[in-house]
Design a protein around this ligand. Structure first.
Ligand code: FAD
Length: 354
């Protein structure tokens, strides 16, 4: 029996787990993938790394600002660029008017999540497939691959709301509040498709920008020269992100290669860089739940039943990595409130770095 099981090792789950662990609770994090970070995702391919999820951090508030500062001191993060160009139809490529630093991890954005792992018990490759209350007033978590079970006094569900619905719906009859499930169902996400493409090192002169937003393109949202985040890149590679509309149209495609090829073709035409359409290699990734389109308006969602169960993530209250972190912290506070009321005043997940 553990005090708290956190489902999902994205940034929200890890911040929450680290905060609770430092307060003195026993915590287990369960993650379905083989690595940490969720949408803070990095792929190792063709002798390099590429961030096919979150591309950079742009701190707005104090919490992310402090976190970024610490990770810069530890050489996990560094400034990549302070300008993201914008391309609008029928207008020449424009330099950004507002500049602010964008931080990236040369070792891949998933390194940000890994930095929060020390001291945590994390089960990887373990998808939670069912949650049920036990007569002993605890939660039972059933794990898919091992057919094992975990028991916890409280659960934090730190996964996108539509996935949380799939997990929790069957609990409806055994005590979950109907309003809670309705609130969870009300949250919606945009999908996105990311294409990672590598080019010969002898490629034509690279563009002057490192990152560019397609302001009103129906198919494309963003492109970045991802290789410029790495030290000593052997060849240039780009990451292109689709628009939500484009991703929606291709969401169920078995083979995503044609969609990726089309995205490169579109980028090549829009940017007048014809060689972009003929990469040496390309990999495509589908994000079914990329960005919240209808978020929940508070920093966490609680079922309000005696056995604590709290949902959190970027879809609660804010968005992006910063919103996910704030939501993870708010969930930790609420779990503490519902369990022991341990003093959290001097507890700070950032103490993991001291
Ligand atoms: C293409 C793209 C680009 C982005 N760009 C940026 C950016 O530039 N800057 C920025 O700040 N943000 C960006 N974001 C958003 C940012 O990545 C997210 O807001 C943030 O990472 C969300 O964190 P989270 O912890 O809420 O959820 P997630 O990262 O989705 O974590 C949820 C975790 O739960 C796991 N999981 C799900 N179901 C189960 C289950 N049943 N059992 C066990 N584990 C489970 C998943 O595998 C995942 O690891 C981008 C996102 C995408 C997709």
């Amino acid at each position: 029996m553990t005090d708290i099981a956190v489902i999902g090792a994205g940034i929200a789950g890890l911040v929450c787990a680290q905060q609770l662990k430092q307060a003195g609770y026993s915590v287990v994090v369960v993650e379905k993938s083989r690595g940490l970070g969720g949408r803070l995702a990095t792929r190792r391919l063709y002798g390099t790394l590429a961030d096919h999820g979150a591309c950079y951090l742009k701190p707005k508030g104090e919490l992310l600002g402090r976190f970024v500062e610490i990770l810069c001191d530890r050489h996990i993060l560094e400034v990549w660029t302070d300008e993201v160009y914008e391309l609008t139809a029928d207008a020449p490529l424009s330099e950004p008017k507002n500049r602010s630093p964008r931080y990236v991890a040369p070792g891949g954005m998933s390194a940000i999540a890994k930095s929060l792992a020390p001291g945590l018990e994390i089960l990887l490759n373990q998808r939670v497939v069912a949650i049920t209350p036990t007569p002993e007033n605890s939660w039972r978590l059933t794990l898919e691959s091992s057919n094992e079970e975990l028991f916890a006094k409280a659960i934090v569900v730190a996964i996108p709301a539509p996935q949380a619905v799939m997990l929790l719906e069957s609990l409806g009859e055994s005590g979950l509040d109907a309003a809670f499930l309705d609130n969870l169902r009300s949250v919606e996400f945009y999908p996105s498709i990311s294409a990672i493409a590598g080019y010969p090192s002898t490629s034509q002169p690279l563009p002057q920008w490192k990152a560019l937003t397609f302001v009103d393109d129906i198919d494309l949202a963003w492109i970045g020269l991802d290789s410029s985040k790495r030290s000593n890149p052997q060849q240039p590679h780009f990451v292109v992100q689709s628009s939500a509309d484009f991703a929606q149209r291709h969401l169920e495609s078995q083979d995503l290669q044609p969609a990726g090829q089309y995205m490169l073709q579109r980028a090549a035409e829009s940017l007048s860089l014809p060689w972009l359409s003929t990469p040496e290699w390309m990999q495509v990734h589908r994000w079914r739940y990329a960005f919240p389109s209808r978020p929940w308006h508070e920093a966490f969602l609680s079922d309000g039943t005696p056995l604590p169960l709290i949902c959190c993530g970027d879809w609660c209250g804010g968005n992006l990595v910063e919103g996910a972190m704030l939501s993870g912290l708010a969930a930790a506070d609420e779990i503490n409130h519902q369990l022991h009321h341990l003093p959290l005043d001097n507890v700070n997940f950032l103490n993991v770095f001291t």
